[in-house]
Design a protein. Sequence first.
Length: 603
Amino acid sequence: MSTKRTGCGVPRAGAAGTEMTVYGWVDRRRDHGGLIFLDLRDHSGILQVVINPETAPEARRSAHGVRLEYVMRVHGLLRAREPQNVNPRRDTGEVELYADDCEVLSVASTPPFPVNEETEVEESLRLRHRYLDLRRSRLQRNLRCRARFIAALREVMGELGFTEIETPMMIRATPEGARDYLVPSRLQHGSFYALPQSPQLYKQLCMVAGLDRYFQIARCMRDEDLRADRQPEFTQLDLEMSFIDEEDVFTVLERAISTAWMSAGFRGTISTPFPRITWHEAMARFGVDKPDMRFGMELHDLSEPLRGTGFRVFADALAGGGVVKGIAVPGGADLTRGDIEGRLLDVAKTFKARGLAYLWRRDDGWQGGIVKFFSADELEAIGAATGAQVGDAVLMVADQPAVVAAALGALRNHLARERSLADPDALAMIWVTEFPMFERGEDAGQVTPLHHPFTMLHRDDLGLLESDPLRIRSRAYDIVLNGREIGSGSIRITDPTIQERVFAAMGIGAEEAERKFGFLLEAFQYGVPPHGGFAAGIERLLMEGLGEENIRDVIAFPKNQQAQEPMTGAPAPVEEAQLSDLGLQLRPAAPALRIEPSHGGEG
Ligand code: ASP
């Protein structure tokens, strides 16, 4: 059937006068003065087909009842359109196919939403009929760009000397910090595989194996709360390298991402090298560990100039070991008291700030309810430190450093969105380095790794492991693009003594470490090269590259916010017999939020 097939989007004026066969879906139908005009669509584009009842009565008969989304074969003669009929918005707009033979290959019911245009459609409906959603042009484009991007990544990685290695999907749990998806074992009742949260331990074992440079376009599964840029299954460019340090990892990622970005035809250009900023600097200047560098409005420390202030709220915070910081909102003199004490204060409060102090800098000087508490010198210092100009507002938070950073960091992002401060065409790709090794754990006195427990510590901070683990810098790094975390990696621990001490800091004793990671520790006894790596989220890169806000729009068959797939109705109950094979018995559960598959499957 396909040997003589011409793609609907292919014919151009140069081919006029030739005969061809096209296959596709009916995108539009118009009946006009006895003629039938069909727009036929396939993945390559749309071609106008003309059926003339006088010259092609057979074709006319076949096309008689044809409706939208019918699948057809049309054979005919390609002709140039009259100049006045040329459609400049379509690649095939200079030609049309005069049918002499048509065949309906498949009829179609009226689709639940228009396939032939990008109208807004409720997402649940789109997901339920995903095959129709994918037939539309935007998702077609997204999936093709995705494929090009991944193909280009594979190519560069090969050029850079990496070997693609597939690691198993059914594994022992990997500690990436999320909940595992589990697969019960039929042969060992009571035992479970986990689906990989990442190939972390396997790729480290590949280094022990002497494979030197590993990569994989790896599917990862994490059972965690979903957000606009998070899915239970997602894909990473996962890599690991031996005998390297941070610089080598950075060079590889910069090259791979910028090259594949270009090959995929994504918007803009990624310039390399990516600027670098330490975690400490990011927190100090932007209040967050994934700063959006497309705009300024940085946080400025006002603690020193205001050390002796008569403004009680600030003085108390400083006396209690806190800090005072502020941001200057460009043009913020237009913010009303209601704006600040309403929605902006709400943002600050979400991040545990108790209040939001503010001043306006106007032509005639500083204004605002708290102006009276500050001396002229202090006001001048606030202006100098924040860089506030006439016409700006200064927003300030006084509290413990972490609260101040979080509240002002969130306000900075919020205001940038509200006031469109970020250039939407800009691509600010950066490295954030030297993340803290640990954060406070759920149990008092315990710490958990910010990245994962195999991350190497900063050489200078090894001594703090037992005394002050929260102050330890790690050799972990992230890539951040326009304020979104794109991926993370680290140089790994290869010294068993350090690994043991890290486990101990986490409250994992020798016996538990042996039980969970004994295979890794054992492998390390047989000659482990120094190594490190990275994993970059393919979907998040695609979102930025394609300008999509929703991660589901760059995945062919995504899950919804409840981790369900509305089309097939997964997850779904299974037969009792399957459970008993697995040695499982269900506990009576609260009625689950269940969805039906789109064509009433067997439940
Ligand atoms: N396995 C890590 C992750 O998925 C990445 C890495 O450390 O290479 O975030």
